[in-house]
Ligand binder design. Sequence first.
Ligand SMILES: Nc1ncnc2c1ncn2[C@@H]1O[C@H](COP(=O)(O)OP(=O)(O)O)[C@@H](O)[C@H]1O
Ligand SMILES: N[C@@H](CCOP(=O)(O)O)C(=O)O
Length: 323
Amino acid sequence: MSVYTRITTAQLQRFLQYYDLGALIDFSGIENGVENTNYRLHTDRGQFILTLFEELADTQIEPIFALLSHLRRRGLSVPHPQADRKGAPLLKLNDKSAALFSCLPGQSLVKPTPNHCYEIGRQLALLHIYAGQFEFRRRNPKNLSACQTLFDDCKALLSDQEIQTIVAELAFQRGYEEVELPNGVIHADLFRDNVLFEHGRVSGILDFYACCNDFLLLDIAIAINDWCRRQSVINKQKMTGLLQGYQSIRPLESLERQLLPVFLRRAALRFWLSRLKHRTDGKNGDLTQHKDPAEFRLLLEQHRSQPTLSASSVSPMPWPAAL
Ligand SMILES: Nc1ncnc2c1ncn2[C@@H]1O[C@H](COP(=O)(O)OP(=O)(O)O)[C@@H](O)[C@H]1O
Ligand SMILES: N[C@@H](CCOP(=O)(O)O)C(=O)O
């Protein structure tokens, strides 16, 4: 989880008085999540998720709430911030900005099947299309230059060989910074623990706090690297499923198909570095989730050595047959 900020029953009872959401029955910290503090709340009116924002400023949270409302209106199952009695969705609790969300049904999956991956691909494409209809501006806080900074901050944790790999990868990636690819609003963290499934269908897409503008292909690569990976190996059936699901809504352009291997590498590098950074930050809480950086080091090494995924070997169509 993460519970970085502890709250008491009395604080929560006072907080709930600002809302029309019933009286507190019980609450508990949620173990999943990395950035914010989350509690599950049970009131006599239902279940809610309380988020205390640990890093984002209100000026960053408010546009994300507006985007969530837009996506909800379009029919995506995304968290719905509850308004207080005066209509405000963002309040203060324990000196942190805080919001209450409706609790979406379902569970996150540990071992998705190719069918689940198809569904994720479809939902991701819908998200790209709907979010593209909404004015949302935020530079990717984990873009390539941020990756360089993360690398500089984490060098002490790395072996000489790992340093060489990252230096080489950053140089390789800089060659693909100015490419002519479709750009838009991306989720930027569509991992398995940020999606809920119920009866084989997506019942919740969570955690929009990394949302930003970047290449849509980067978002696809981020999703493939988590949903279609077993240890450090990408399962081609799952990747095919995810890409087919995506393309059932938005067919990839030929340059996107060609450059997917480059972006799989970029996404692996970004999460290797951010997981290392989480280690050096040493952010402490009662329940804190530590994700293993080595998973993404191994995946990056695998992508770099994987001849069948090299850009030159990918023929244009149909995508699955090219793998
Ligand atoms: N609206 C919601 N409905 C149901 N569960 C939720 C909801 N929001 C968050 N959660 C639960 O809380 C966990 C952490 O939320 P998340 O937004 O990913 O946190 P963080 O921003 O800290 O990464 C999720 O994995 C999920 O289990
Ligand atoms: N899904 C990520 C966790 C969130 O990463 P962040 O760098 O955006 O805080 C992971 O599994 O590493």
